[in-house]
Design a protein around this ligand. Structure first.
Ligand code: 5GP
Ligand code: ZN
Length: 138
């Protein structure tokens, strides 16, 4: 998808209205239109990149520089106890908008969001094998 057809480019550039939470030269944050819960916020680079790994380091640095502060504000404003920062990358992971974004989801004890965390266990040798394959790709 090109930047011209991208809804988040239009939101970040102000062409489509949104409930803006924060912006600076590089970063735009706004309320998710379909909140998992009140205060659910999206943080995006103003430049169009589809995936996190497409972003140049300075873009990720610009996001990283404000993400924690925005998340803290969201938590304090909503009276939540914590938050999740989530980046859905790829269709299998639930990425519906092809412009990299970070969800800030305020959390309260027992709220039932992400209720299932299907933790597994490595078989003998399995961790070493996947470790080797991941390291090879870096
Ligand atoms: P994804 O599934 O791609 O990680 O998340 C995309 C998010 O963008 C969804 O939670 C969805 O509600 C939100 N979203 C999609 N279109 C719009 C829009 O036009 N405005 C706002 N504020 N949020 C949007
Ligand atoms: Zn875009």
């Amino acid at each position: 998808m090109s930047a011209q057809d991208c809804i988040f480019c239009k939101i970040g550039g102000g062409a489509i209205p949104s409930a803006m939470v924060f912006q600076n030269d590089d970063v735009f944050a706004f309320l998710d239109i379909g909140p998992i819960r009140e205060g659910h916020t999206l943080v995006i680079p103003k430049q169009h990149y589809e995936k996190m790994e497409d972003c140049p380091p300075q873009t990720l640095a610009a996001i990283g520089a404000v993400l924690g502060n925005i998340a803290k504000a969201v938590v304090e404003a909503t009276g939540a106890d914590g938050y999740n920062v989530l980046c859905n990358r790829g269709r299998a992971a639930g990425q519906l908008v092809q412009h990299v974004h970070f969800h800030i989801i305020p959390r309260t004890e027992g709220d039932g969001i992400f209720h299932r965390w299907p933790a597994g266990k490595y078989k003998p040798g399995q961790a070493e094998e996947i470790l080797r394959r991941i390291r090879e790709k870096l």
